[in-house]
Design a protein around this ligand. Sequence first.
Ligand SMILES: [Zn+2]
Length: 351
Amino acid sequence: MELQEVVVKLERFGPNSLAEKWDNVGLLVEPSKPHLVRKLMITNDLTEAVLKESIAEKADMILSYHPPIFAPLKKLTNSSVKERILVSAIENRIAVYSPHTIYDSLKGGVTDWLASCLGEYTTQPVIPFFDESASGYYKLEMYISKDKQHNWSEVLNNYNKENSVQDIIVSDLVDPKGCVKYGITCSRSGMFQILDSYHEMFDRNDNLQITKLSSKPILGTGSGRICRLVEPVSLQILIAQVKKHLNLSSLRLAADFYKPLSKLIRTVAVVAGAGGSLLKGVKADLYLTGEMSHHDVLAAVASGTCVLLCDHTNTERGYLFNKLKLDLGSLLDNRIEIITSKVDGDPLAVI
Ligand SMILES: [Zn+2]
């Protein structure tokens, strides 16, 4: 398949617009045309060893999850590893494509794959993705008393199944009267339906706030995930599930209470790779991520959140080598041989 066709299909699967603004994603190395892709190698990181492996494997393209070009380059010489990798890729006519935060944000991407070991849960992004090319969406915010919450959630869940409602967030915010804050993002028609139901159930609307949004949220897409478990699960069981999912014999846990393993977990905030900045201040019983700084871990534990660290790429590679490999097979009509690197691995090991 021609490289251009591969790239069009990849961008349809995960649009570049999903990437964080600071990221450098998409086609990063393009050999001169025509460039036929017969074999594509998936790797978490494009190291010199992985590049040598791809040359030996006669790959025409590498999908490197982390971008091998990030900071702007001023030269392409043999003086640094980064430059040597790029020079060698060009000389050997190997295209390089990097999806990085596109796949983190993607519904069913890296973050959802990482969270999938938690059992049954409802989920929402820590920071939802908004399509800035679309408008006409509204945010409704209201406080609902405890005795009416169940009925109101049922009404909203019915709308959620139809598509007029993009997102419902029941926050942990409780006002002095014990009412819980609901935030609902919906289309204009969805808003009128919800308002009808709201006025049927509640006589006063003095706590109702309506805001017109300038962009459209994309359901289930965005940075990180907050997962609310349907049934609370002990930390010990969750740790076992995470270890099995990531095929790891050990993880690092930070917690500030006696007998932490029996603690029941209801909410888990999940970030693949480095979770420190995104998880700052996020309310959850547990953070599940690859790495966090010492001070971020201390701050999380001080606010009552346990932290489970699995090392950076251990939270990413499983998605790439298992789910993505299968997804790309059907995306590219099984016309391209897709292989995964055998030498790519997390640089840290427990000894
Ligand atoms: Zn990463």
